[in-house]
Design a protein around this ligand. Structure first.
Ligand SMILES: Nc1nc2c(c(=O)[nH]1)N[C@H]1C(S)=C(S)[C@@H](COP(=O)(O)O)O[C@H]1N2
Ligand SMILES: [Mo]
Length: 312
């Protein structure tokens, strides 16, 4: 199959680097002026608190955003139930402080990051990304986070590290949906190392200028915009560098329906439905789904020479 080129990204407007640098310098100046609150986060880092000193990223879309209300009430987070409104209604029981993310496996510098130190690991950026759910709907969300590569570099993965595994909290006391066996808990996802290092892959800690609401995967979740939404694991407690391709929760549940790669691809249908079109939440008419969710110019080279029907 052929990968189309820049036609796939009609509205991914990358700010030229010069302008970005200027803006960054400007923002850094602002940061000094408001030094008291410029530590990336206000005193109470609970959901809804404003995030301070957030830089604009060149990797941002100039596309109409899905309203905050829809982004925070129409969710998939099976740890709180299978219904779209379950996460917003039930995720109040998730305790996001204290929270530790373990970084382990094939790494020269493994470690544990307290969530508040993770928030200061790298400058926070706002990135407006498309999110395409495998179910056939999509949203445009202004995430706040930093490139996953920043954390990976600090962990110094060994030459045996070929993949990265992401694991969500496993605690049925806080996550009532884990009392049902709809998935084999905890939720596990994975990326190939070069995918994980790609500048578009981020760890998100906020959205719409605020600390991440629990239902969106607080306190830290993955966002991989060229893959179906389920790759973007929420409420992460473990990041592990491994030699073998991780067995993800969805592959374990339905191996013929969910592959490891799960790149958004309008030419490879789900066994039970077409992936050619999608409904943007809030819109009436369906849109054509774009190859790699519209990020083909940035990511197609990761898959050069691979048969994307086989590696779905
Ligand atoms: N731990 C965990 N992460 C998850 C899920 C989940 O059920 N559990 N659902 C995924 C799916 S199917 C999608 S579409 C996105 C939805 O993210 P959002 O609710 O923030 O829009 O989260 C993904 N991450
Ligand atoms: Mo999804």
């Amino acid at each position: 199959m052929s990968l189309r080129s820049s036609r796939d990204i009609p509205s991914l407007e990358i700010t030229p680097p010069e302008i970005y640098r200027e803006r960054r310098l400007f923002m850094q100046g602002m940061g000094v002026m408001v030094a008291g609150t410029a530590l990336g986060i206000t005193s109470d880092a609970q959901a809804g608190a404003k995030l301070a000193d957030v830089h604009r990223s060149p990797y941002t879309l100039n596309e109409e955003k899905t309203p905050y209300k829809a982004v925070t009430t129409y969710n998939n987070f099976y740890e709180f139930g299978p219904g779209k409104s379950d996460p917003a209604e039930r995720a109040g029981s998730l305790k996001t402080r204290p929270w530790t993310v373990k970084v382990e496996g094939e790494a020269g510098k493994p470690g544990e990051y307290d969530i508040d130190s993770l928030l200061k690991l790298a400058p926070l950026e706002e990135r407006v990304y498309r999110l395409r759910c495998v179910e056939g709907w999509s949203m445009v969300i202004p995430w706040i986070g930093f490139p996953l590569s920043e954390l990976i570099r600090r962990a110094a993965p060994t030459s045996r590290a070929k993949y990265v595994e992401f694991v969500t909290l496993d605690d049925p006391g806080q996550m009532p949906g884990q009392r049902s066996d709809i998935l084999d808990w905890p939720y596990v996802e994975g990326l190939r190392m070069d995918e994980a290092m790609h500048p578009l892959a981020i760890l998100a800690v906020g959205l719409y200028g605020e600390v991440l609401p629990n239902q969106n995967g607080a306190p830290v979740r993955l966002v991989v915009p060229w893959k179906y939404g389920f790759k973007s694991a929420k409420s992460i407690v473990r990041i592990r560098f491994v030699e073998k391709q991780p067995l993800t929760a969805w592959m374990r549940a339905a191996p013929r329906e969910y592959g490891f790669y799960s790149n958004v691809n309008p030419h490879v249908d789900h066994p039970r439905w077409s992936q050619a079109k999608e409904r943007r939440i809030g819109e009436f008419l369906k849109r054509d789904t774009l190859m790699f969710n519209g990020y083909g110019a940035q990511v197609a080279q990761l898959y050069r020479g691979m048969d994307l029907q086989t590696f779905f």
